[in-house]
Design a protein around this ligand. Structure first.
Ligand code: SF4
Length: 252
C-alpha cells in the first residue's frame, strides 16, 4: 500500500478550512513581500505548495538545490513538474571545487565518519547554494509541517530571519498545521505529480546516500541521517539567526 492509498482518504476534519487559510496566506504574503521564492525539495509537501502557487497564478519563483547527490527519481520529477505546470524550476548547485576538495579530504564515504564531517558536506552542497538561491528575495516559502518532528513543533507560519548581510527576510511555512492525511488528500484531489520514492515509503527525501525508506509507525524523519543520534540530525538548511533566540537548526 502506498502513502497515497493509505492517507488520501484521511484528511483532518478541518482540511477545507486549512486549505482556504493556506491559499489566503500565499496571496497575502505575495502582495506584501514581493519578490518571493519557493525553495522546493520536490518532496510531496513542496509539490502541494507548487501546485497552489500555480493554481493561484502567483508570481513566486520556484527554485531548487541540486546537491549532486539527488535520486534519479527526484531529477525526473523536476522535469515532470516543469512540463505539468509549464514552468522552469531554477537550479542551484554547489561549487565544484569545494565539493572536490571535501571528497579529497574526507573520502567518498566521509559523511558517515562523524556528524561534523557530514554537516560540512551539507554546508557545501546545501547551505552555501541556498544563500545564492535566496539572494534578492524578500522571503521564501517552505513545505515544513509541525507534525514532521519535534524540531518542527514550534514552527510559526511566518518567521523573520536576519540574513548574512544583516537585512530582514521572511520565511513562510503555509503547511504547518497540515497533517499527512491533508497532504495526500490534496495530492489525490488535484492530481499533483509526486516523487515515486514516496510510494516506497521514502517519506522525507533528500540526498541519495542520506535517505532511506521508513517503516509504518516510525518517525517521519527517521529516514534521514539514521546512523546519527537524533539530536545531531540537522543539516542547517533551516537555520535562522535571531537576536532573541540564538540559532535554530531544523532539518530539511
Ligand atoms: S544530505 Fe548527505 S549527501 Fe546531501 S549534502 Fe547533506 S551529507 Fe551531503
Amino acid at each position: 500500500m502506498t502513502p497515497l492509498e493509505l492517507y488520501s482518504q484521511q484528511p483532518s476534519s478541518t482540511y477545507e478550512a486549512k486549505l482556504h487559510a493556506t491559499m489566503q496566506l500565499l496571496k497575502d504574503v505575495t502582495n506584501h513581500h514581493h519578490p518571493l521564492v519557493q525553495a522546493t525539495s520536490l518532496g510531496v509537501e513542496d509539490m502541494v505548495i507548487t501546485d497552489l502557487i500555480q493554481k493561484l497564478a502567483l508570481p513566486i519563483q520556484i527554485s531548487m538545490l541540486d546537491t549532486g547527490c539527488l535520486h534519479k527519481q527526484t531529477l525526473s520529477l523536476k522535469t515532470q513538474a516543469e512540463l505539468h505546470y509549464g514552468i522552469s524550476i531554477k537550479v542551484f548547485q554547489p561549487d565544484a571545487k569545494a565539493v572536490l576538495h571535501f571528497v579529497q579530504e574526507n573520502g567518498v564515504d566521509g559523511i558517515f565518519k562523524s556528524p561534523a564531517i557530514r554537516k560540512q558536506c551539507c554546508h557545501i552542497r546545501k547551505l552555501v547554494p541556498l544563500q545564492a538561491l535566496l539572494a534578492g528575495y524578500k522571503g521564501w516559502i517552505t513545505g515544513l509541517r509541525r507534525e514532521q518532528s519535534s524540531f518542527r513543533s514550534n514552527l510559526q507560519e511566518i518567521e523573520t530571519e536576519t540574513t548574512q548581510q544583516g537585512t530582514s527576510r521572511i520565511k513562510v511555512n503555509p503547511l504547518i498545521e497540515w497533517t499527512i492525511g491533508d497532504i495526500w488528500h490534496y495530492v489525490e484531489q488535484n492530481s499533483v505529480p509526486y516523487n515515486t520514492l514516496h510510494d516506497e515509503f521514502f517519506v522525507s527525501i533528500g540526498c541519495e546516500p542520506c535517505t532511506r525508506a521508513i517503516a509504518l509507525g516510525e518517525d517521519f524523519r527517521a529516514g534521514r541521517w539514521w546512523w546519527e543520534q537524533e539530536g545531531a540530525r540537522e543539516c542547517g538548511l533551516h537555520v535562522h539567526e535571531s537576536s532573541s533566540e540564538n540559532i535554530s537548526l531544523l532539518n530539511k
